[in-house]
Design a binder for this molecule. Structure first.
Ligand code: OOG
Ligand code: MG
Length: 255
């Protein structure tokens, strides 16, 4: 591993671990998208070395709303570990984060190992459940500003997520009103089809991206489809809730 990759992985991992922002890597050194994914992996490997476990993957910038908000227009993917998994109704300590934002998502539970790219017709056979989800993103970069390469290296800002009860995979997830509320007031609302025209397309895309990288979406893994709306900053004392018609709602308290 080159020095650039190793030192970038350490900088980003330490920023996440200490909840202290760092300067954008790309303003100091030019690196490719391919390098960015290698940095992401090296940084997550440090977490795994500390005892965290891989629990799945996420896609980002699957909706125009998110691309527009962050000024990045390419689909990205990142990794989820057990430390990021918050149970509904539990507390999220804001001191563990730099400047967290919440976004409403749809999550998939993988029902059997996927080691080949799937299409819309076959992907559902590999999914054991669907759920409404909240993703907490927390860019490790100052002011939440990044280039495509920066955000990929930073594991796509992944920092926390919360899924609800898993509903059967044939539960409708297309064309559903979906929203994020803070203290009972809707702050963002949209439609699940904002995710790639159909959230199932995100699952298809994830099989392609993860497998192309030589990894497997394993039975029991979680996959986050990407936010349907822009993300909202959260603050201590708030209750954050995501709701999707037919999928129910989940909430987390920020302490
Ligand atoms: C990058 C992560 C994007 C999504 O759902 O689109 C993402 C960011 O916005 O910081 O998670
Ligand atoms: Mg997201």
């Amino acid at each position: 591993m080159t020095n650039l990759i190793q030192s970038a992985a350490i900088i980003l991992d330490e920023a996440a671990f200490s909840a202290q922002p760092v300067a954008q890597l790309s303003t100091q050194q030019v690196f490719s998208l391919e390098d960015a994914y290698i940095i992401q992996k090296a940084s997550i490997d440090r977490r795994l070395d500390r005892g965290e476990k891989m629990v799945g993957y996420k896609l980002g910038f699957t909706s125009k709303a998110k691309m527009k908000q962050m000024g990045v227009h390419d689909l990205i993917w990142g990794r989820l570990t057990d430390k990021m998994d918050y149970k509904p109704g539990f507390d999220l300590a804001i001191s563990d984060f730099i400047h967290p934002r919440a976004e409403p998502e749809i999550a998939f539970l993988i029902g059997k190992d996927i080691n080949k790219p799937l299409d819309l017709g076959s992907v559902k056979d590999y999914i054991a459940g669907v759920s409404v989800a909240i993703e907490f993103i927390d860019s490790r970069y100052v002011n939440f500003k990044f280039s495509l390469e920066d955000v990929v290296a930073d594991n796509c800002s992944s920092s926390g997520f919360c899924t609800g009860d898993w509903l059967p995979a044939d539960t409708r997830i297309e064309d559903l009103p979906i929203s994020l509320s803070i203290d009972g007031n809707v702050v963002e609302d949209g439609n699940s089809n904002a995710i790639m025209g159909n959230p199932w397309e995100s699952a298809v895309e994830a099989t392609r991206l993860v497998i192309a990288n030589g990894e497997t979406l394993k039975e029991g893994h979680i996959l986050l489809a990407g936010a349907a709306t822009p993300a909202t900053f959260v603050e201590r004392g708030q209750t954050v809730e995501a709701e999707a018609d037919g999928l129910g709602k989940i909430s987390i308290n920020i302490i």
